[in-house]
Design a binder for this molecule. Structure first.
Ligand code: HEC
Ligand SMILES: [Cu+2]
Length: 480
């Protein structure tokens, strides 16, 4: 029902933001055609001419309003996005030059040789096949393409080859323990796995996995390995890096960096010499990371991948080194039982005397492990029996700012905190009508395993009741 609408919206969004060369060239070719058409048809009336130009500039101004959105490719945070932005602008200038030259010649010809009333001038001489002009134009086109192609290729290699930056080596900034020795000279590695329609983020060096909201340190190189579980997806975190596809059966790689490293930042500040180093300068750099980079970034799957593609978002939380280490510990520790029993005791009660486990959270957990079958698809770190991997890892899901791969938000934009009421509503809504929130998703129907297919002892459909959903929602909120 919503699919066509989703596809349309996604396509529009994609087209709008797309920074591929061909779209730019196309845009300008179209503009030339439209402009010529308009010039031809409105020249007779000066008023219409004025209308046209005010509309044209109006459109330009409207475009200007949108540059600083949360998924803008124009407000870059870090070297990868910056390189891609520079390439985009180079392409814009080259194509703008072509547009002005071609459009100008066209407009000139149309105006100069237009038909006038009672025009009895003879037909101008018709020239054809001047070798100098033809070779010149071909040469100019080749030159322009080379001007675009060389930095494009450089940009592709730049994005692909993770730089060796000693300041980004895990050993240089990661303050948590348990770092295997050989990892000290590697950057942080994250395995990004695309699923219809959500993302898993594995941190192999740290032994943790999270979903839909990746956490990365500010100013450090992060190496990404991109894989897909099913169809082609595309990783796109506009402010930090452009798109790279996740392709079934192969691993693509790229690197990202939220903010500049010390060296690059110094160069931009115009601080002399790469060797320049002082505590005051370091403090300024730390302030730059804190004020400009430390933030919450919005990403989106950028390759049409099925029903809920438009609802396959993700987030990147950029934190400082200490916060990162704390987050890793939180993720590793996971969760205990609602009233502090050991898991062994809880499971003993659950088997022998489930009625002794009372209270909303215990009820929620019992449903999670039992009738609602949540644990068959979801991991909750700490809980030794919640080991399912068909869905997102739910460790600390109560601390995340969104669920359903970023589609249901509960982040308060002003201060970055969680709106608890909204969070509850989102969990509730998600469990109650998963299929409506994200059409086609794999939690609702999974070939006899999804929650839209729950059955009772007699084999009759038995969807979760409102009270059950309430308790499950409270339980999920407590996972933080
Ligand atoms: C058949 C496997 C399966 C079962 C059973 C299942 N889930 Fe899921 N769950 C998924 C999948 C797949 C997703 C990702 C859906 C998407 O975003 O497209 C998901 C997503 C979620 C999310 C959002 C996580 C995030 O970070 O976006 C929550 C919360 C969740 N499930 C809770 C539950 C609860 C509670 C139950 C039990 C009532 C449950 N799930 C049962 C597969 C399952
Ligand atoms: Cu996708």
């Amino acid at each position: 029902m919503n699919n066509i609408e989703d596809i349309l919206v996604t396509r529009l969004v994609e087209t709008y933001f797309m920074s591929y060369t061909y779209s730019v060239v196309k845009l300008f070719t179209h503009q030339t055609t439209i402009l010529l058409y308009l010039v031809k048809h409105i020249l007779s009336g000066l008023t219409r001419c004025i209308q046209f130009f005010s509309a044209f500039t109006g459109v330009l101004f409207l475009g200007g309003c949108n540059l600083d959105t949360r998924m803008s490719t124009f407000v870059t945070k870090g070297p990868v996005a910056e390189t891609q932005y520079d390439l985009f602008m180079l392409t814009v200038w080259v194509t703008l030059g072509i547009f002005i030259a071609v459009g100008g010649a066209f407009a000139f010809a149309i105006i100069k040789f237009r038909e006038r009333p009672n025009d009895d001038r003879p037909m101008p001489s018709q020239g054809h096949g001047n070798p100098l002009v033809e070779i010149g134009l071909i040469g100019a086109s080749i030159l322009l393409l080379v001007i675009i192609a060389v930095p494009t290729l450089q940009g592709i290699w730049y994005t692909h080859d993770t730089p060796e930056d000693p300041e980004s080596f895990m050993g240089a900034w990661y303050s948590g323990e348990e770092l295997a020795e050989e990892e000290a000279e590697n950057p942080l590695i994250i395995k990004v796995i695309g699923y219809q329609w959500w993302w898993a983020f594995e941190y192999p060096q740290l032994g943790i996995t999270t979903a839909n909201e990746m956490v990365i340190p500010a100013g450090k190189v992060v190496h990404l390995e991109l894989r897909s579980f099913d169809v082609i997806h595309s990783f796109w975190l506009p402010r930090i890096a452009g798109k790279v596809d996740l392709i079934p059966g192969r691993t693509n790689s790229m690197w990202i960096q939220a903010g500049d490293n010390f060296l690059r930042w110094k160069e931009k500040q115009g601080v002399a010499g790469p060797e320049e180093e002082s505590p005051a300068l370091r403090a300024d750099y730390a302030a730059y990371l804190e004020d400009e980079i430390h933030n919450y970034y919005y990403g989106q799957c950028a390759e049409y991948c099925g029903d809920s593609h438009a609802r396959m978002h993700f987030r990147a939380t950029v934190v400082d080194n200490e916060e990162f280490a704390e987050w890793v510990i939180d993720e590793r520790t996971g969760h205990g039982t609602p009233d502090g029993k050991t898991w062994d005791d809880w499971y003993a009660d659950y088997a022998d005397n489930p009625d002794s486990l009372t209270g909303d959270l215990n009820e929620g957990l019992k449903l999670f492990m039992g009738r609602a079958k949540c644990a068959t698809c979801h991991v909750v770190k700490g809980n030794p029996r919640a080991l399912g991997v068909a869905g997102p890892n739910l460790t600390n899901v109560g601390s995340r700012m969104s669920i359903a791969a970023g589609w249901l938000n509960h982040r308060i934009e002003e201060d970055g905190s969680i709106d608890l009421k909204k969070q509850y509503d989102n969990f509730y809504k998600w469990i109650k009508e998963t299929d409506v929130v994200k059409p086609g998703n794999r939690m609702w129907k999974a070939g006899g395993g999804g929650i839209g297919e729950l059955i009772d002892e007699n084999g009759d459909p038995a969807l979760l009741t409102e009270d059950e959903i309430h308790k499950l929602s409270l339980y999920l909120q407590s996972l933080k």
